[in-house]
Design a protein around this ligand. Sequence first.
Ligand code: G6P
Length: 610
Amino acid sequence: MCGIVGAIAQRPVAAILLEGLKRLEYRGYDSAGLAVLSTERGMHRLRTLGKVSKLAEAVAAEPMPGSIGIAHTRWATHGEPSTENAHPHLSGERCAIVHNGIIENHATLRAEQLAAGHTFTSQTDTEVVVHAVYDALAAGHGLTDAVRRTTARLDGAYALGVIDAEDPSQLIAARQGSPLVIGVGFQEHFIASDVFALLPVTNRFIFLEEGDLAELRLDGVTIWDRDGRVVERPVRESSVAADSAERGEYRHFMQKEIFEQPRAIADTLEGRLAAEHVLPEAFGPEAEAVLARVEAVTIVACGTSYHAGLVAKYWIEALADLPCRVEVASEYRYRKHVVPANALFVTISQSGETADSLAALRIAKDSGYAKTLAICNVPESSLVRESDLVLLTHAGPEIGVASTKAFTTQLVALLLLTVNLARTRGMDAAAEAHAVGLLRGLSSQLEEVLAIDPQIAALAERFVEKHHCLFLGRGEEYPIAMEGALKLKEISYIHAEAYPAGELKHGPLALIDEDMPVVAVAPNNALLEKLKSNLEEVRARGGQLFVFADTQVPMQEEPGITVIRLPETDDLIDPLVFTIPLQLLAYHVATLKGTDVDQPRNLAKSVTVE
Ligand code: G6P
């Protein structure tokens, strides 16, 4: 989703801005631009449709001196992807802005501004913001005040960076509903929509709060809160290394992130397991008492994180004996709910900035939940800051739009939560020790699964020409089938959907023919015989079956059935083990098709607007 970078320094900033945009590419975008102020050229703007590398070529051809500037990668919401709609937007060649989010009252403001004589050059909701700032400047207000007056009139979500050609001593930032950080340097300051953009120039950050307005100068930063009071926000040091967002020897970030999973899981478990039990402190100091009182769990998330929640429902109801509901955040936030007594509200999010998940959390906080818990990969994110309890997944930066290591580390975090809840409700010590043993062995087990990569690469050739694919699973493998289907459709653009295998004859069986590959997730568990009957139904209709089965599953290759063997595992961790080959399958199909694996078309990594 859109990315912002801005800088005010005593050195040329164009290269810093371009590098920042490159580092935000993973968020997904369709066009890019920057505006730099200099005494030589005044306000100088360049915008291009497509990749940041094209913008860099344009800058190389038309150098941009100047030590203050703003830059943006745009992911179209209002108005098609085009150069005219790309940011920064200008008004009167005087002020320039970059914006993330959506201005909901843009139509009203646009009508007023048209009547007042402004000319619009884009179809974006953003352009009204720059004209409003311009009008306030023209009326004699300083830049900070002009932005304050403008934001007071905006409904919706925004993160803004603003510069004024007549006052190059300051860069203004504002945040409401979309994340924005300030990078603190020595006699130089920066803004960005996330810290990765700025890691080459600083590791010290101020995270703006909702409603904050900030004035960045060479010598300092002043921040006002939503009530207009000057506030001090803490400066935090980021431990993320500047090179952690680099691809190394791998062809794609997604591939790197798939192979990083054993390490990411080990990091997520670090410091959270004693010899035979899960440490309750993993959830924070007050967690044990809180979790002991929980009588119901509601989980809300989006995309892949939602799938992790669906797996957890099976775990929490089976092991902790607690009712657990799981819902996508975009649905949850717009309906009336019945909140169970003493219920824990859990959000799951890689980024911690997904607009719908954040909105759902805010609603839950006002609707009588006992406590909120965030399972999240970004320590400084809004979701983490606004939740009572936090369990961080230590997956490291995830760059590929299709989530992989974030998902499996979320599953690990949810297993820790399940075991903690189960213990407070009578899980015996032997069962807990068994679970802990499985968690400890998980990384090496996943290494074994990753070793079948060449086999999956060969298998992928049989999917390349297909247009549709069905994924089947039962029990907690059903959400894994959903995740497998999501991975395939996201990056290979093959239409894929998942069904609980028992639902086959209620509709999808009608689709089965020799052109419809059917992928089945088949661990050796209590539902295996049921699943096998469902698979026979597919076979009898000429469907091509691809069964992922562990070594204990008595199933042979026959015409129409390809069996991919996985190491023997325990029911509890099957969902993690069976996720890996489905990720690899999607990855290899996509690379064979030549799609943009890390930045699939139309998708964004961090969905910070509704
Ligand atoms: C986007 C991403 C997905 C992700 C989802 C939820 O759609 O492309 O990979 O699962 O958002 O994101 P979150 O950061 O909340 O987990």
